[in-house]
Design a protein around this ligand. Structure first.
Ligand code: PMP
Ligand code: GLN
Length: 392
């Protein structure tokens, strides 16, 4: 029995600890290089840190408004307008949250009745099933298939046609696969939402970390603006994952619903950090695009290195993460076994992607491993050198 399970409500028992916490702790205890949890090992722009420090010195230290500081709500609205041509009223259609994580939780709590189904693509980011459980809702999984992480349109259509389907939760760019959903795929999703009167929820935290293709918010598709809750956050874009500044954009009645749940989870969040992220969202286009250029070089470094060590590499189009199949390098081992042995054998930590699949299906993703490349080049080189000892 996992720690705390004796006391934990039944619906949360499958979710005692996150894989990210487990693997980061393993990295700390063993002193291994941490290519597990997705956080950069360098800080984001110094200028944004200074805005936060100045805000603290300048007295922005009491509760900000429950829906977020006006500067950030206005910056989010301007960002959606300038990047995607989407208009949102910063007063009624933007809500600041504690990272995307709280936005996802509050949205499911606000929009789901017990037993409602949330259609989501598998592998799924770990908090989705847990948040569905908190809301007493049920994940309805649609499988993404390597190497291009495509899905069977009939499978998506069947999931959306279920009489209990309520939400379509779409994460693009996608964690853990690094897939950027194509215009055609988004069109299919939008048509199904309209046909079955589903609300859409999008998780777009990697919107600015795209290397191949372009990020298209689902809300920009015809008819989708008013049935989509768009979620993003500043952590990944600006390399401040510890700040936990996120936001929701949606039509006013949807934002009002999400706010009703959010206000009793946290009410509000760190004012100085909201002001700093507001400044960042106003960066000129070239500066925001520059983050992905730097990261693409790291993707190539890690993917080329893993490939030359014999791993089958699924090169991501976006995000912080590359996926490999380890079958050729570690025959007979599951991803879980491999990732538990890796710190001891090579001094490197990675995440078994099998945890992002339905636990009832032990075969799914059984040999897939996720590697974070949002690290200094010397760390990536060092990790590859260490990994050569496994391959040898
Ligand atoms: N969604 C996805 C797909 C993620 O990878 C993450 C991790 N950043 C989150 C949500 C959580 O974002 P935040 O740190 O802003 O809560
Ligand atoms: N999003 C990060 C990842 O996928 C983890 C964030 C967390 O630890 N909850 O690695």
């Amino acid at each position: 029995m996992a720690a705390g399970e004796a006391y934990l409500a039944r619906r949360l028992r499958p979710y005692t600890t996150t894989i990210f916490a487990t693997m980061s702790e393993l990295a700390t205890v063993t002193g291994a290089l941490n290519l597990g949890q997705g956080f950069p090992d360098t800080d984001g722009p110094a200028e944004l840190r200074e805005v936060a420090v100045e805000a603290i010195r300048g007295g922005h230290n009491q509760y900000p408004p429950g829906n977020g500081v006006p500067e950030l709500r206005e910056a989010v609205a301007a960002h959606q307008r300038d990047w995607y041509g989407l208009g949102f009223d910063p007063e009624t259609e933007v809500l600041v949250t504690v990272g995307a994580t709280e936005a996802i939780a509050a949205t499911m709590l606000a929009l789901c009745e017990p037993g409602d189904e949330v259609v989501m693509f598998e592998p799924t980011y770990d908090s989705y099933a847990a948040c569905a459980a908190m809301a007493d809702a049920v994940p309805r999984l649609v499988r993404l298939h390597p190497p291009d992480w495509s899905f069977d349109p009939a499978e998506l259509a069947a999931a959306c046609a279920s009489p209990r389907a309520r939400l379509l939760l779409l994460n693009t760019p996608h964690n853990p696969t690094g897939k950027v959903f194509t215009a055609d795929e988004l069109g299919q999703a939008a048509a199904l939402c309209a046909d079955h009167d589903l609300l859409a929820v999008t998780d777009e935290v990697y919107e600015h970390l795209v290397f191949d293709g372009a990020h298209v918010p689902l809300a920009t598709l015809p008819g989708m603006r008013d049935r989509t809750v768009t979620i993003s956050s500043g952590g990944k874009t600006f390399s401040f994952t510890g700040w936990k500044v996120g936001w929701v954009c949606a039509a006013a009645p949807l934002v009002a619903a999400v706010r009703a749940a959010k206000q009793f989870l946290t009410y509000t969040s760190a004012a100085p950090l909201q002001l700093a992220i507001a400044r960042g969202l106003g960066f000129p286009r070239e500066r925001l695009d520059g983050f992905a250029v730097d990261l693409a070089a790291k993707r190539d470094l890690l993917c080329d290195g893993l490939s030359s060590l014999g791993y089958e590499v699924y090169r991501p189009a976006a995000t912080y993460f590359a996926t490999t199949d380890i079958a050729a390098v570690a025959p007979g081992l599951s991803a879980q076994e491999y990732c538990l042995a890796l710190p001891g054998r090579c001094g490197v930590v990675a995440v078994p992607s099998s945890v992002f699949y339905d636990p009832a299906d032990p075969v799914a993703g059984a040999t897939l491993v996720r590697w974070a490349f949002c690290k200094r080049d010397e760390v990536l080189h060092d990790a590859l050198t260490r990994l050569a000892s496994w391959a040898a």
